[in-house]
Design a protein around this ligand. Structure first.
Ligand code: SF4
Length: 454
């Protein structure tokens, strides 16, 4: 029989969950965690264009709080985001005093379905927030991969479609601006020029999204992006010789969050690399691809065993996710095609193509899910495209990334492509710099022997 304590715990957990989920934002201020700096900024600008106040949370300043309120068994992104929200609440309380009303804010925290812990982090953070007086009123808006990060119910239904389009477009532009930065920074005329330029460009694009996001005037945004790419091109010093090309794959948060990965891209650049990181849209597209794939599979299995009851639901899901994915990939292709003639920015991976790669080599399967299926296939794709080295970045103990490492290491050895695992947590590994330097030496040897195809 259930004890009284158990019943109380159940109740507490249930109550907590009522403030995690999807709901109308109303007049609340949206708090966006800074996983990718440019994407968070442009996404916040998109919210503003729809008349919703949004702020990007300062990141990495509350790491002591993040560590204090986690047990150490969570993975690193949980500690970082935990610290970010607690730091915000602390600072906002100091700034506003009694005028600080936690109920006026909504904390945006995406989650992922699957075998790992990430799906539980918003619940865990809910429990921690509830333990502070008043912070139980600060709601957590949870986006989940289960429904392809649907934002239904967040704003009035007549605006949802436009918001989805503008939001995706902001992530797409953020990807391109990141690619621009990685393309020009290793060849900049003066140290610091590229960083200063991108920071400025990010503000300009933010203004564009505020002005044209809601009205979906993407052409105007793209015209401004074209000017930015043209200006970025002038930062490249033509006298600097071409460098070995390094591809990055791995866990989405660690890949994107420069503080958590101890500025991995910059470190690689310091040792002579030009780098391309797997994009944010790759993950977002995968979040639509996965439920589409599942609906297709369910439809097939049910049809085969003549269980016809649910077929209509699966058809509806296939239409919904199929159209969503089609729109995203089409937009992505259109935008890349438009800006690539200005500067050869790296192409993005198409998810169905990545799945095909795994099937060809019969080395892993999308049935297993998680980021491992994206990372393994993207590594093979990088190798085929002639990259000179590949880095897998992830939180220490991350299950899918450890799987990736186990699967691709022998393959990379066979192909003779330099490969490096870089797990991170809040500590500094003394041998890291030496490992990166050695890896870059190997990548340079690869470059000397094979050159660069892209
Ligand atoms: S997949 Fe990796 S990053 Fe995500 S929760 Fe699991 S360990 Fe953490």
């Amino acid at each position: 029989m259930e004890s009284k304590t158990e019943r109380n715990e159940d109740k507490v957990f249930k109550l907590s969950l009522e403030s995690v989920g999807k709901f109308q934002l109303g007049k609340r201020i949206v708090l966006i965690p800074e996983m990718n700096r440019i994407a968070a900024y442009l996404f916040a600008s998109t919210f503003k264009s729809f008349g919703i106040d949004a702020r990007v949370l300062e990141t990495f300043k509350g790491m002591d709080l993040g560590i204090e309120y986690t047990s150490g068994k969570e993975c690193y992104p949980c500690q970082v985001t935990m610290g970010d929200i607690l730091y915000f609440a602390k600072k906002e309380k100091e700034r506003l005093g009694d005028a600080f009303k936690p109920e006026n804010y909504v904390y945006f925290l995406p989650e992922s379905d699957g075998p790992c812990r990430y799906g539980m982090y918003n619940k865990y953070q809910r429990i921690v927030l509830d333990s502070f007086p008043g912070l139980d009123k600060l709601k957590i808006f949870s986006l989940t991969t289960k429904d392809g990060y649907s934002v239904d119910g967040m704003i009035p239904s007549e605006q949802i479609l436009d918001f989805k389009k503008a939001g995706y477009f902001s992530l797409l532009i953020a990807d391109l601006m990141d690619r621009l930065l990685w393309r020009i920074r290793p060849y900049e005329k003066k140290p610091g020029m590229a960083d200063e330029f991108i920071e400025r460009a990010m503000r300009v694009m933010g203004q564009c999204f505020e002005a044209y996001g809601q009205s979906l005037e993407f052409d105007r945004i793209l015209s401004r992006l074209e000017e930015i790419i043209g200006e970025g091109n002038t930062i490249i010093d033509p006298e600097v010789p071409q460098k070995p090309l390094i591809g990055i794959v791995g866990e989405i948060f660690l890949r994107m969050h420069c503080g958590s990965n101890q500025d991995l891209i910059r470190t690689l650049e310091r040792h002579g690399a030009e780098v391309v990181n797997a994009s944010l849209c790759e993950w977002v597209n995968y979040a639509s691809y996965e439920p589409l794939r599942e609906a297709r599979e369910n439809f097939r299995l049910n049809l085969k065993s003549l269980r016809l009851g649910h077929l209509k639901t699966y058809i509806k899901d296939m239409m919904r996710y199929g159209l969503d994915l089609f729109y995203k990939e089409h937009k992505q292709k259109q935008v890349y095609k438009r800006v690539q003639p200005l500067l050869n920015l790296a192409d993005d991976h198409k998810i169905s193509h990545l799945e095909k790669i795994l099937k060809e080599d019969d080395i892993f399967s999308f049935d297993v899910g998680t980021e491992a299926c994206l990372s393994i296939s993207a590594i093979i794709q990088y190798a085929r495209e002639g990259y000179n080295g590949i880095v897998n970045v992830y939180p220490f103990t991350c299950m899918p990334s450890t799987t990736t490492s186990a699967v691709v290491r022998p393959l990379m050895n066979r192909l003779g492509v330099p490969y490096l695992d870089t797990p991170y947590d809040a500590s500094i590994q003394p041998g890291r710099e030496a490992a990166i330097r050695t890896f870059m030496y190997q990548a340079y040897q690869h470059y000397k022997r094979h050159g660069r195809k892209v």
